[in-house]
Design a protein around this ligand. Structure first.
Ligand code: SF4
Length: 341
């Protein structure tokens, strides 16, 4: 019998898989779930150490299709960041991944998104972005581009929200964009996001084959393939692998993650530097004005303090602290009261 492939912690791929998808055949979201399975398996993260969260929408159904042994919570519409914040405050040892959609994030959840980005909570936040509400028959979402049309021919007159641009502006420490059909790029970005400490915001263009994959749609497979401008070739080398990647100096930017892993961005534009906020904003503005999507790791600030560090939380998960540490007793309370007299 052929040897079954195991990862560095001795697990086969089966616990990284989930239930059978109930999404439409060919939906971009299914490809994203596949890459999540590959990334967690190849990084050797135990599924039981993972917290998977979501809001509402076709995208938010997908945590059921990966990491079957992880902890999961399907929250209410647009409110996943609050649930994730509470869960991570209770147990900072968990690795959190949240799946949202362009409607869940850009409309009802926009307020929560804004504060998630500025707080830098350690969570991988994926927007499965198809520019429409697939679950309720394809109405435009806030990321639909001006000029894109619904299946019935109705055009969109409102300007889109660019979630990547917002995230950079709001202080997110890892901002990336990819395409569900680009296996190699999306896998590298996901691995780098797993190694990052802070909010890793990834907007993944993910065509809705049922309501938004027709000619004229700027979120269709054909449009994205033609107008995808990679900001560079993204490679990621985890800290546990021998870091001996052969890159031509002068054409590659290497970013060291907090755990020592390396993110390599082979430049297309000679002056593009993913740690430079201004370059990131310029790239997004320029590609947007040409009707294109810049993809890759657009911005990264690997050393920024995450929300739990800013709060000065103890290392042990709060949910596991013994009673004598969370109820310090009458004397301590009296001393605190005394300080405020
Ligand atoms: Fe995917 Fe669209 Fe089908 Fe929803 S309606 S599962 S987004 S293809």
């Amino acid at each position: 019998m052929a040897d079954v492939k195991k990862n560095r912690i001795g697990l086969e791929i089966s616990p990284y898989r989930g239930g059978k998808t109930t999404l439409c055949a060919g939906c971009g979201h299914n490809a994203i779930s596949e890459r999540i399975i590959d990334a967690f398996f190849e990084m050797g993260i135990h599924p039981k150490d993972v917290l998977k969260l979501s809001g509402i929408g076709c995208s938010s159904k997908t945590p059921a299709y990966f990491l079957s042994e992880a902890h999961g919570f399907n929250s209410v519409h647009g409110r996943m960041p609050s649930v994730g914040t509470g869960a991570l405050l209770a147990n900072r040892k968990m690795l959190a991944i949240g799946i949202s959609g362009d409607g869940d994030t850009g409309a009802i959840g926009i307020g929560q998104f804004v504060h998630l980005m500025r707080r830098n909570l350690p969570i991988i936040y994926i927007i499965e972005d198809n520019g429409c509400y697939g679950l309720t028959k394809g109405q435009f979402s806030p990321t639909a581009d001006v000029g894109s049309t619904q299946k019935n021919g109705q055009p969109n007159d409102l300007p889109p929200i660019d979630t990547c641009m917002m995230a950079v502006q709001l202080g997110a420490s890892f901002v990336a964009r990819s395409f569900s059909g680009d296996k190699k790029q999306l896998l590298s970005i996901l691995k780098a996001a797993i190694a990052h400490r802070g909010t890793a915001m990834i907007d993944v263009l993910s065509p809705c084959v049922t309501f938004n994959d027709h000619e004229g749609s700027t979120k269709s497979y054909a449009y994205v393939k033609e107008h995808d401008e990679p900001s560079g070739e993204v490679s990621f080398v985890p800290f546990f692998e021998d870091i001996t990647v052969d890159y031509d100096p002068g054409t590659t930017t290497a970013v060291t993650m907090h755990d020592g892993s390396k993110l390599y961005l082979k430049k297309v534009a000679e002056d593009y530097n993913p740690t430079d906020k201004l370059s990131a904003m310029r790239l997004m503005h320029e590609t947007h004005s040409r009707g294109e999507f810049a993809t890759g790791v657009l911005y990264i600030e690997p050393d920024k303090d995450d929300f739990l560090t800013q709060l000065n939380l103890v290392d042990e998960p709060l949910a596991m602290l013994p009673v004598d540490r969370i109820k310090p007793g009458r004397e301590v309370l009296d001393a605190v009261m005394e300080e405020h007299r």
